[in-house]
Design a protein around this ligand. Structure first.
Ligand SMILES: NC(=O)c1ccc[n+]([C@@H]2O[C@H](COP(=O)([O-])OP(=O)(O)OC[C@H]3O[C@@H](n4cnc5c(N)ncnc54)[C@H](OP(=O)(O)O)[C@@H]3O)[C@@H](O)[C@H]2O)c1
Length: 249
């Protein structure tokens, strides 16, 4: 695999590999399957791994990292960019730092490269459920949750902090009080949903945008087949003698 290029992260001196390996699987796969596929990904050259408390992938990711070091695929954890995310039931000021500490414990790591608010939604504290039940949703106190995210960064337990699934309006609200601006907004993005307005907003504000479900997440409960089944993309792929997935990337 070719070396994956990096991008600068917002206004920081940190970089993020532009292609990451997602670890969300639904229905959940055995921990061993996850560990083996992540280990293979490290061997192939992936250096950026996207995890979340919700995905239950933190432990297998941590085990794969330890094994990759043992096997000499990488020399240290510092060669990787590890992201995890705060689940909605922990999106309450006093639960944020303990949630990060719990993620680090699952991973067996001392720090994350990036910690994200998974959704701009809070649910009943500690009720770790997916899909979220409507009656469990409570108003998010974005200012105080972000203050706790800033404490996470200041504590050194994560190198950078960011958000996921935030609209321009939500980002504007966040930026109005943030002392540390979000380095990243991770959102669903693909050739059929290009998020132009959001990307322009983020560019103006120094926020790196990461695309999730870039292939349309076909075969998952949250995805659709429109992207991989798109005729225009198929024509481009044929003309260039590439697969649709290669054309998308
Ligand atoms: N922040 C968020 O709220 C959020 C939400 C969703 C996802 N994510 C992140 O984004 C990651 C990726 O998103 P995703 O899994 O939802 O969607 P995706 O990457 O768009 O789609 C994954 C699907 O594409 C298929 N696929 C993968 N490579 C392919 C290729 N080369 N050719 C043809 N098909 C291919 C796979 O099918 P097979 O398995 O059948 O091969 C898989 O079902 C997740 O793992 C997670 O880390 C974040």
């Amino acid at each position: 695999m070719k070396t994956i290029p990096n991008a600068w992260l917002g206004c920081t001196d940190k970089t993020i590999p532009l292609v990451g390996f997602g670890t969300a699987v639904y229905p959940l796969q055995p921990s061993q399957t996850m560990r083996e596929s992540i280990l293979r990904a490290i061997q192939l050259g992936y250096r950026h791994f996207d995890s979340a408390a919700l995905y239950q992938s933190e432990q297998p990711l941590g085990e794969a990292i330890a094994e990759a070091i043992d096997k000499g695929f990488i020399t240290s954890r510092d060669q990787l960019f590890i992201t995890s995310k705060l689940w909605c039931s922990d999106a309450h000021h006093d639960r944020v730092l303990p949630a990060l500490q719990n993620s680090l414990q699952n991973l067996g790591l001392e720090y994350l490269d990036l910690y994200l608010i998974h959704w701009p939604v809070s649910t009943a504290p500690g009720k770790h459920e997916f899909p979220v039940k409507k009656e469990d949703v409570v108003p998010m106190d974005l200012k105080s949750v972000w203050e706790a995210m800033e404490e996470c960064k200041n504590s050194g337990l994560t190198k950078s902090i960011g958000v996921s699934n935030f609209s321009c309006q939500k980002l504007q609200r966040l930026l109005a009080t943030a002392k540390i601006p979000p380095a990243v907004n991770q959102v669903e993005m693909n050739p059929l949903w290009q998020q132009k307005k959001l990307r322009e907003f983020c560019e103006r504000n120094g926020i790196h945008v990461t695309a999730y479900s870039p292939l349309g997440a076909k075969g998952t409960i949250w995805g659709c087949s429109q992207v991989m089944g798109c005729e225009v993309l198929n024509d481009i792929a044929k003309a260039r003698q590439r697969t649709i997935a290669q054309v998308i990337f």
